[in-house]
Design a protein around this ligand. Sequence first.
Ligand SMILES: [Zn+2]
Length: 482
Amino acid sequence: MLGAPALFSQKSHNQNKCGMEIVKTALIAKDPSWAQRFEDQRNSLQGIANSWKNRQQSERMAGKTTSVPTIPVIFHVLVTYNEYMILGGNAGIARRIDSQIAVLNRDFNRQNADSVLIPTNWKPLYANVGFRFGLAHTDPNGFGTPGYEINIIPDAPGGFSGAGASYSDAKHSITGGFDAWDVNRYMNVWCINPVDVSGLLGVTVARSIATSHSYPLNEIGVCIHWETLGKRVSAADSFIQGTTAGDYYDQGRTLTHETGHFFEIWHTWGDDNGRCPWQMPFKDDGLADTPPEAMAKFDNTPYSISGGTYYDTCHYDGSIDTQKSLGCPCLDYMNYTDDVGMHLFTPDQAAVMDAMVLTAPSSGLPGLNGSGIEGESYGLTQNPGLLNWSTRTGVAQLEAEKGLAIAPNPSTGIINISFNSTKEQLTDISILNMLGQEVAHKNTWGSGSDYYSIDLSGMSKGIYLVRCNFVSGSITRKILLQ
Ligand SMILES: [Zn+2]
C-alpha cells in the first residue's frame, strides 16, 4: 500500500474505522508491559472458548439449559444543536436508539435478516451468542429513565478528542461529558463526534484493559460516532458513507462490532500488521474458526454482491492453503466491511463472549479456563430489574426538575412560560389545538432566556395544548383560552 496512488485515499481515510489499535498503541506507549499483556490475552482466547464449549456440553448432558438475562444499556448522547436536529431531535434519537437495540438483539441471536447472504460453506460458522440487550428504565438513583440522556454541547470544538484515551472527556461530567452509570450493572454507550480521527466510527474500553493503571473503571464502555447510531428506516436519515459507493454505515453494525470488543474479541485479522501463517510473528485473532487474514477488509464485495469467495494474501503461499474454501472472514462483524456486508460471529467468537458473562461454575462443572471464577461481565446480566420502569418517574418528576410554570391558566390571550434554565435546555414551544394541529410555534434554542410570552388572543376560545420541547423530553400541558 506504500506509495499507492490517490485511488486508495478513500481507504486510508478509513484506516481507523475502529479505535482498538489506537487504544492499544497508546497503552503500550504509556506502559510497555501492556504489549505482553495483550499477547497473553490473545493467546488465552482459544482456551477460554474451548472451556466455554466444554462447560456448555457438560451442562447439556446434566440437563441444564443456559439462558443469559437481558443486559441493561444506557446511551449517553453528546451532540451539537445541529447534530441534534439532524438526528431528528429527541424523538429521532429515541427512534434510532430503539432500532439500535433491535439490531443488537438480532445480531447476537442469529436473527439478522441479511444472514440469507451468508455463503453455504460459511453457514456452519453462523453462531448464536444468545445475549439480549434492553434499554435501562431505572437509573442508578432509582428514578425512571428512557434509557438515554442527551446533552447539547457547544459548536466548537463540536465533539471530543483523544482516541488513545478512548474519549475519556466524554465520560465525565466535569469535562463536558456524561458520567458512566455503574459499569458493573449497565453497559454504557456514548454517542459522540470523535473530531480528532478522520473516519473513526467507534472505540471501546473493554473490562480487561480498565485497571487502576490504565483506564479508570468508570470509563469501561463503548463510544460510537453519533451518525452511526441505529438502523436506517428512511432515505432522509443521515449516516456516514461506507467505502463502497452507495453504502452507508446505516445498519447499526458499528455498535455490533464494538460490542464484540466490549466482550473481549479481537479484529479477525488480529492487528498483526498484515502477517500470514507463514510470516512470523503471525498472530491473527487468537481463534481457530476465523480463517487467517492479512489486513482489515473494507468495502462490501464480493459476498453480498456476487456471493463469491474473497481471498487475500493469506490464502496460499505455494504449499499451505489456509483460507481453503472459505476465503477471508470479510462477512464477520469483527472486520471493517461496510455494514451491509457483515453478517456473523463465529462459534469461537461467540464462546469467548459467552464466557465473559459466565456464572461461577456449579459443582462438578468446569469453570472458565479452569479458574473457577465467574466471567468478568457477569454482573451485567444480574440486574434485569433495571429494565423495568421505575415507579419514581413520570411527568410530575420531569416538571419538578425543570421548574416549568405556564400561567395564567385560564388565559384571555397572553400565556407566560418559565422554567429553570440552569437545569435544562428548551429547544422550542408548540401550541396545538385539540385535534393535535400546531397553531403556533416558537423557536427558543440558543436564546438563553428562561421566560417566554406567547400571544394567543387572536385564536378561538377553547382548550389548547402547550408542548415545551426540552432536550431530555417534552412536557405538554392543557390551557384554557377564554
Ligand atoms: Zn474494532
